[in-house]
Ligand binder design. Structure first.
Ligand code: HMG
Ligand code: MG
Length: 315
C-alpha cells in the first residue's frame, strides 16, 4: 500500500460505492443567502471564480428570487454577467416565471425550482401551499425545457421539519414524483435543518426506488446541524447516489428555517471521497485556500473540520 501524501487521506476503497461523484457546489447561493451582512458583488464574483478554479464542475451561483425575500442575493443581475464566461456549470434558483425570465435574459443554461415536502415550509419559503408551488413551477419547467435549459428540482424538508417534526416518507415520495412529472431533469433531496440520520436516508432512497424514481436522477443535500451530513452522504452513496451537494467551508442555511445551519462542507466531503478512492477532480488545497479567503471576508473562521485542520497545517 502506498504511503498517503502529506495532508491527504490514505486512499482505501470500500465496496459497493460509485466510481465517481459529482459535487454540486452551493456555497455562493445557499451559503451567502444566509449571511447577516450582504457580501459585495465583487467578492461573490471572486469567490465563484476561485471555486471554479478548484476543479469543481458545478457552482450554483445565485437566486433570481424576490429581492425583498432574500436581500443577500438581490444583486443577481449584476453578478451573473461577471461570471457567466467561466468554464463551469452555473445553475441559478428560480421560483417562478418572473425568476426564469430574469435568468434567461442573462443566458442562464441551468435553473432550479425549489419545492417543499411540507406545507409549513412551502408557506414560509414560497408563500404557497405545496400544490400551489407545484403549479407555479409547471410553466417554469416547461418553458425552461422548451429552451433546452437543464432543470433541477430541489425538495426541502425531506426528513424533518421545524414546525411539523418528522416527515412521512410517502409525503416526500409524492412531491418527488410530481417534480419529475413536471419534467425536472434531476432532484436534490434536502435535509434543510440537518436532522436526518443514515437509516432514514437509506429508507427514503429505498422508498423512492420502489416508487420507480431512478437513483441516477437523485442528488442529496445535507445540512450539518447535528454533524450527520457525512454519515448521511455515505448512506446515500451506498444506495447508488452519485450527486452530492456541498458548500465550500460549510457555509449555509436557510433564512426561512431558523434551525438550518451550514451545509456539508465541500472540503469534508472531498476528504472522505479521496479516502475512499473516489476522485472528484477537486484540488483540495485550492478549495481550502478559497474557504480561508472567504472566511476572512465574512469575519469568522470556517466551521469545516477539514478547512481548520489543513489551514492550521499550512500556517
Ligand atoms: P410572493 O410575495 O407570493 O410574490 O412571493 P407574488 O408572486 O405575489 O409577487 C409579488 C411581487 O413580487 C410582484 O411584484 C412580482 O413581480 C414580484 P409587484 O407586481 O407587486 O410589483 N416578484 C418577483 N420579483 C423579482 N423576482 C422574482 C419575483 N417573483 C415575484 N422571482 C416568491 C413569492 C416565490 C417570489 C417569494 O416567496 C420568494 O422569492 N421566495 C424565495 C425564497 C428563497 O429564496 N428561499 C431560499 C432558497 S430555498 C433553500 O434555501 C432550500 C435549499 O437549499 C434546499 C434545502 O436546504 O432544503 C434549496
Ligand atoms: Mg439548503
Amino acid at each position: 500500500m502506498n504511503a498517503p501524501e502529506l495532508g491527504l487521506p490514505m486512499p482505501v476503497p470500500a465496496e459497493g460505492l460509485p466510481a465517481g461523484v459529482r459535487i454540486h457546489e452551493v456555497g455562493a447561493r445557499d451559503g451567502l443567502q444566509n449571511e447577516k451582512a450582504t457580501v459585495p458583488t465583487a467578492v461573490k464574483a471572486e469567490f465563484i471564480r476561485r471555486l471554479a478554479g478548484t476543479g469543481l464542475a458545478t457552482v450554483e451561483a445565485t437566486s433570481f428570487v424576490h429581492p425583498k425575500w432574500v436581500p443577500q442575493l438581490a444583486d443577481a443581475e449584476e453578478l451573473y454577467p461577471q461570471i457567466s464566461g467561466l468554464p463551469v456549470s452555473l445553475p441559478v434558483l428560480v421560483p417562478n416565471e418572473r425568476g426564469l425570465d430574469r435568468a434567461l435574459a442573462l443566458g442562464a443554461r441551468r435553473v432550479a425550482v425549489f419545492a417543499s415536502a411540507t406545507e409549513s415550509f412551502a408557506k414560509a419559503n414560497l408563500n404557497r401551499t405545496v400544490d400551489e408551488s407545484l403549479a407555479m413551477f409547471e410553466p417554469v419547467v416547461s418553458r425552461a425545457k422548451a429552451s433546452d435549459v437543464h432543470v433541477r428540482g430541489y425538495l426541502s424538508m425531506c426528513f424533518g421539519d421545524p414546525w411539523e417534526g418528522p416527515v412521512p416518507v410517502a409525503q416526500v415520495v409524492r412531491v418527488c414524483r410530481a417534480l419529475l412529472d413536471l419534467g425536472c431533469d434531476e432532484l436534490s433531496l434536502g435535509d434543510t435543518i440537518g436532522v436526518a440520520t443514515p437509516g432514514q436516508v437509506t429508507a427514503l432512497l429505498a422508498a423512492l426506488a420502489e416508487a420507480g424514481v431512478p437513483v441516477s436522477a437523485l442528488g442529496v443535500h445535507f445540512h450539518d446541524t447535528y454533524g450527520q451530513a457525512l454519515a448521511n452522504t455515505l448512506a446515500a452513496l451506498q444506495r447508488g447516489v452519485t450527486t452530492v451537494d456541498a458548500s465550500a467551508g460549510g457555509l449555509g442555511g436557510c433564512p426561512f428555517a431558523k434551525s438550518a445551519t451550514g451545509n456539508l462542507a465541500t472540503e469534508d466531503l472531498v476528504w472522505m471521497l479521496r479516502g475512499l478512492g473516489i476522485d472528484t477532480g477537486v484540488d483540495l488545497d485550492r478549495l481550502v485556500a478559497t474557504s480561508v479567503w472567504m472566511a476572512a471576508h465574512l469575519g469568522r473562521p470556517s466551521p469545516s473540520r477539514t478547512v481548520r485542520a489543513l489551514s492550521h497545517q499550512e500556517s
